[in-house]
Design a protein around this ligand. Sequence first.
Ligand code: DX5
Ligand code: ZN
Length: 229
Amino acid sequence: MNNYRIAPSILSADFARLGEEVRAVIDAGADVIHFDVMDNHFVPNLTVGPLVCSAVRPHAVRADGSKVPIDVHLMVAPVDRIVPDFAKAGADIISFHPEGSDHIDRTLSLIRDCGCRAGLVFNPATPLSYLDYVMDKVDLILIMSVNPGFGGQKFIPSALKKLTEAKARIAAAKVDHPIWLEVDGGVKTDNIAEIAAAGADTFVAGSAIFGARDYGQVVQDMRKALASV
Ligand code: DX5
Ligand code: ZN
């Protein structure tokens, strides 16, 4: 049985009640809180920054008091200036797009030096070859299954092949730390099993969860579908 993680994206939450929404998805069974940062420059939308991350941090806990990781997805350029601010704001994972950094190796090291796990994000047309020389510094590979910028878009099927290729790279790398394989965009109850079969272990879902009336039911349906893989 695989260790699958469900990561609701707060992009589709009610921002006026963000703390409550974060608690609600954790009660519903979320494993990770996905935190989408957009700068109206790298992507054509504008969301939230480190101040909101630190406001969310105390809410990202389970009933037993244990921390739920905050997975910060930076859709910004440049990247480096803002990394320490998110680390201080309580981010656990910080991922960025190679197109947003002039020095990818340096940015990965910077994230880890700040005490966070480092992720590299691949747009639908971005090749996985950016991973060739940095697998020892990568803790998370995020495959975009939509073009970044907005929630509620349709899953792009070529992401499936890319997930399988990324999974093979993780197996071949033989690094001594875990590397999560995350997928982001258009993940729903009815395609999550196929996406897991392609290799993903961590599933971002924004509109599928926050767009539903009963968050717990969606998470439960997703887990049921994952159990069939
Ligand atoms: C898109 C964001 C996603 C988004 C996913 O740029 O990175 O995390 O919230 O939303 P859904 O699940 O609605 O496609
Ligand atoms: Zn995202």
